[in-house]
Design a protein around this ligand. Structure first.
Ligand code: PGA
Length: 246
């Protein structure tokens, strides 16, 4: 039985006052829940969230990490620094990083290995664009992202994978539960071939316009073990409802 996992990706949103109000409201609305829950604020707010989450079972993650351990890399933040700040998780290879920062599969692979070395659990994001889906290339694109990022890792233990079709991110369009399930089953096959021992147990999250209204239907699919949530994670009520649904 895979333990449900719901991760909030705040992206570049928040302020000291907004974060405090959001986290306090979210924790007060969050009832009994089975899912493991992770909040990923911008780097500069990790310390603030660590304090706000101190007496809860909600844990801290980051949205990215460097592919280098340390050195003269202005503006970079290493996986070890994230661990030092209390992070347990880190998102790697988000489509916005791939699109706006030209992150290649090789770079994503290096970040994953840094995250594992620092003892963080990485969430690898994969997903096709609208054009790729329409051209019938969705599975091929996702497979090559998986192999490019995971091919050289010694094992996949502790990793989670988020399937986020680029056309569903922040657009209000969600993959249908069947479309999402089909791709999740495909991903599970690919990771099980890569790592027979850990592949079948990896948690596969769906991401792309997950809301309180569509979460339960997505989570009811056999290979969907949780969600990576952007926009709706900035709304305490919506995010609490999503975590409870998992
Ligand atoms: P969204 O973002 O929920 O706003 O679509 C998801 C993500 O990009 O992780």
């Amino acid at each position: 039985m895979r333990h449900p996992l719901v991760i909030a990706n705040w992206k570049m949103h928040g302020s000291g006052a907004f974060n405090q109000a959001l986290v306090e409201a979210f924790l007060s609305l969050l009832g009994k829940h089975r899912a493991e829950c992770v909040l990923c604020p911008p780097f500069v707010y990790l310390g603030q969230l660590k304090d706000l989450l101190r007496s809860s079972d909600v844990v801290l993650g980051a949205q990215d990490c460097s592919h280098i351990a340390q050195g003269a890399y202005t503006g970079e933040v290493s996986a070890q620094m994230l661990s030092d700040c209390g992070c347990q998780w880190v998102i790697v290879g988000h489509s916005e990083r791939r699109q706006y920062h030209q992150e290649s599969d090789a770079l994503v692979a290096a970040k994953l290995s840094m995250a594992q070395r620092a003892g963080l659990s990485p969430v690898l994001c994969v997903g096709e664009t609208q054009e790729q889906r329409e051209a019938g290339e969705a599975q091929g694109v996702v497979k090559s992202q998986l192999l490019g990022a995971l091919g050289d890792l010694p094992d996949l233990q502790g990793l989670a994978i988020a399937y986020e079709p680029v056309w569903a991110i922040g657009t209000g369009l969600t993959a249908s539960p069947e479309q999402a399930q089909d791709m999740h089953a495909f991903i599970r096959g690919v990771v099980s071939d890569l790592d027979e021992k850990n592949g079948p147990a990896l948690r596969l999250l769906y991401g792309g316009s997950v809301k309180a209204e569509n979460a339960a239907e997505l989570f009811a699919q056999a290979d969907i073990d949780g969600a990576l949530v952007g926009g709706a994670s900035l709304d305490a009520q919506a995010f609490a409802a999503i975590v409870s649904a998992a």
